[in-house]
Design a protein around this ligand. Structure first.
Ligand SMILES: Cc1ncc(C[n+]2csc(CCOP(=O)(O)OP(=O)(O)O)c2C)c(N)n1
Length: 299
């Protein structure tokens, strides 16, 4: 099936019911391909961390979050903060396909005058709940949003997606302590744990193991195991865990692969933010297409 038609048929279905794990896998593969195409075309942006979170953001926006793309500022909407704001191409692809703005805007990424800046801006792009890019701010803002929900008697959820870079920032751990003190309801910290950063591995730059034990020691309700951030069925199981009790705040670690989907880019810090050159594009794209076709055939 043509890519546009396939994505459209799943989006039409989404209007009536949440998508299944297999349907989410197809969408995530299609979105990953879009990210790859636009980032190559524009010769700028961050492929590695956009790709590693493709299934996570797809599952959030197409299965779980209560949002209204026709009313991006709806007071009761669930909130999402991309604390690893450099992965903006991921968020833009999701928001466009979820209906916040035309997918035709995506090729304008990082062009002068486009509303799609290198890092997400809540003042420019419909659906962006918080401007990010300076690592480590997301959780503090998430704690504030979740506490604001409590003060205003609202029941919306707040999801913060961070990478290792945010966890290298002391501010994140201050926010962790504040979260443990005030225990804001429906606040979830999600870690895209790909273990590779801008110019080296996490272990080279700042080892974080064992994350689960660290979060526990800081008084958070942490999922008892790391989930597979590329397996949409496992991600849905993590959502079930989020609903399993009322102990707040919650943290979930997802094992992921930086640059997922293109074999020679996977796990390589060189592909954190390097432009996708024509040769790498020509070699890498067929792998993403094959993955999409495999997932489509399994529907
Ligand atoms: C406060 C701050 N310091 C440095 C940077 C530059 N920077 C951008 S991305 C990045 C590495 C992020 O690593 P990780 O969180 O693992 O990103 P991912 O693999 O998820 O893309 C750095 C150091 C920044 N954006 N903000």
């Amino acid at each position: 099936m043509e890519l546009d038609t396939l994505v459209q048929s799943l989006l039409d279905k989404k209007r009536n019911s949440p998508l299944s794990a297999r349907e989410l896998a197809v969408l995530a593969a299609a979105f990953r391909l879009t990210m790859f195409d636009v980032l190559h075309d524009r010769g700028t942006g961050h492929w590695g961390g956009a790709s590693s979170a493709a299934e996570l953001t797809t599952a959030l926006y197409f299965n779980r979050m209560q949002v209204n793309p026709n009313d991006p500022h709806w007071d009761d909407r669930d909130r999402f903060i991309l604390s690893k704001g450099h992965a903006s191409m991921n968020l833009y692809t999701i928001l466009a396909n979820r209906g916040y703005f035309p997918v035709e805007d995506l090729p304008g990424f990082r062009k002068l005058g486009s509303h799609l800046q290198g890092h997400p801006s809540m003042k420019k792009t419909p659906g962006v709940d918080m401007s990010t890019g300076a690592l480590g701010h997301g959780l503090s803002i998430g704690v504030g949003m979740a506490l604001a929900a409590r003060l205003s008697g609202k029941k919306f959820w707040t999801y913060v997606l961070s990478g290792e870079g945010c966890l290298n920032e002391g501010q994140t751990w201050e926010a962790m302590m504040m979260g443990a003190k005030y225990r804001p309801e429906r606040l979830v910290m999600m870690i895209d744990f790909n273990k590779v950063q801008l110019d080296g591995t996490m272990n080279d730059i700042m080892p974080l193991d064992s994350l689960v034990d660290k979060f526990k020691a800081f008084g958070w309700n942490v999922a008892p195991r790391a989930f597979n951030g590329h397996d949409t069925q496992d991600i849905l199981e993590s959502f079930t865990w989020m609903d399993s009790d009322g102990a707040w705040p919650k943290a979930v670690v997802y094992d992921t692969i930086k640059g997922k989907g293109v074999s020679f880019m996977e796990g390589k810090s060189a592909w954190h933010g390097a432009p996708i050159d024509d040769k790498s594009f020509a070699e890498g794209r067929p792998q993403l297409v094959a993955d999409l076709e495999r997932k489509e055939a399994a529907l």
